[in-house]
Design a binder for this molecule. Structure first.
Ligand code: ADP
Ligand code: UVW
Ligand code: MG
Length: 390
């Protein structure tokens, strides 16, 4: 039985991919980057990522198609059994990965405006590949699924009840990342703390934090959309909704322009006026870069404080994703302000991005690399096995 799984994580600027064998071993991974300018494939195995080809310019679906053609030409798709996709928004119904069909695609399409950076490229990619390979199993794995069993009080906004009944709820995102980190918690922070009061800070292009209890999601900083909560690379995070109303009332300002401002022109990029990339800002001596970083740390502390209050204390704080895994400086500046929780950093361990970066007292402080693609591969493999047993 062909049983390899190809994982695709299609975003507006990149399509990340991983090819896994029947035992879940990674065969190959990489990404198509700079999709709308000069798309190119980068393979990420080994020390030096290698650039391999230049597909035609186009959207994420074109990039995914070109990627499949390249994998096919390299003879890498002979054992392909299924494709697993990251789909950011699964709405109220999906608390687990599902096999894709046309009806489900239509349902997910209806959620596109709730995740304008993520849902359209993922669905366009899925539709294109389904048209090309109608017989191939394709699986949707949702960012929201990990949070669907949160207590109702953590899903509610203080809005009229009927809106909650219509699905205007806090969903939470980055669930594939949290699921992976939660699985690794016992080995890094110990079995007891792993089921205790844990906050995971996923700090990448998108940033969110999740409070876990018993290894399950209790509350998240992201809400109805991936705009809420923590400040991000180019997204504003938590905002007085009065600002949105004010902007919408400005002459000539359209909903699309406000959406663009909040998703693309805000966050680190908007405040610095320089870059959405934390590396650029940390390297810059421009005062606006420093101010953007200062605000990022401040917002991070506020989110940690809020979730710690929800949990009633903190047994472990975990950093993950691009900034969380690689920026010793951001972790150091954050932990330096957590003395009120008894947190203490081991500077040498922090400098080396070690799994444990605490000084041995207070809450465990950890760095756990995320693996959203590995999480999708495992879920896809399970559905592939289940469907072959039928
Ligand atoms: N060494 C580093 N120091 C600071 N920030 C970093 C470092 N390496 C990566 N980053 C940040 O991580 C971000 C990307 O995070 P990542 O999780 O890879 O994003 P994505 O959401 O695209 O998966 C980059 O924009 C960059 O700001
Ligand atoms: C949900 C979200 O923000 O995802 P990403 O970090 O990939 O942009
Ligand atoms: Mg991300």
């Amino acid at each position: 039985m062909p049983d390899d799984q190809l994982v695709l994580n299609a975003g507006s600027a990149t399509v990340k991919f991983g090819l896994y064998d029947g035992q879940g071993r990674l065969r190959l991974r990489g990404l198509v980057e700079r999709i709308s300018e000069a798309p190119r494939l980068r393979l990420l195995q080994g020390e030096a990522p290698t650039e391999r080809f230049r597909p035609l310019a186009g959207g994420p679906a074109d990039a995914a198609e070109a990627l499949l053609a390249w994998l096919e030409a390299e003879g890498l798709l002979a054992g392909l059994g299924a494709i697993g996709h990251r789909v950011v928004h699964g709405g109220t119904h999906h608390a687990a990965p599902v096999l894709l069909d046309d009806a489900l695609l239509d349902d997910l399409e209806a959620l596109a405006t709730l995740a304008p950076l993520h849902q359209p490229p993922a669905l366009a990619t899925i539709r294109r590949l389904r048209a090309q390979q109608p017989g191939l199993l394709q699986v949707a794995c949702f960012d929201t699924a990990f949070h669907r069993h949160q207590p109702r009080v953590h899903q509610l906004f203080a809005l009229p009840r009927r809106l909650a009944d219509e699905g205007i709820l806090r969903y939470g995102f980055h669930g594939l990342s949290y699921a992976h980190v939660a699985r690794r918690l016992p080995e890094v922070v110990g079995a007891e703390r792993a089921v205790g009061r844990v906050v995971i800070a996923h700090l990448g292009q998108g940033c969110s934090l999740c409070a876990l209890r018993g290894g399950q999601s209790l509350a998240s900083s992201m809400g109805f959309t991936a705009l809420d909560g923590m400040m991000m690379g180019s997204r504003c995070g938590r905002l007085d909704p009065g600002v949105v109303l004010h902007l919408l009332r400005q002459p000539g300002m359209t909903t699309e322009q406000v959406e663009r401002l909040l998703y693309h022109d805000s966050g680190l990029y908007g405040v610095s006026g320089i870059s959405a990339d934390m590396r650029d800002l940390l390297a810059s001596d421009h005062p606006q870069a420093a101010e953007a970083v200062e605000l990022f740390v401040e917002r991070l502390l506020q989110e940690i404080g809020a979730l710690t209050a929800t949990l009633g204390g903190l047994d472990a704080l975990v950093f993950t994703a691009g900034i969380g895994e690689h920026s010793a400086e951001i972790r150091e500046r954050c932990v330096a302000r957590l003395g009120w929780l008894g947190a203490a950093l081991d500077p040498a361990a922090n400098a080396h991005h070690a799994p444990r970066i605490d000084a041995g007292t207070g809450p465990a402080l950890a760095v756990i690399p995320t693996d959203e693609e590995g999480e999708i591969a495992a879920a896809t493999r399970q559905l592939l096995e289940a469907s072959s047993r039928r």
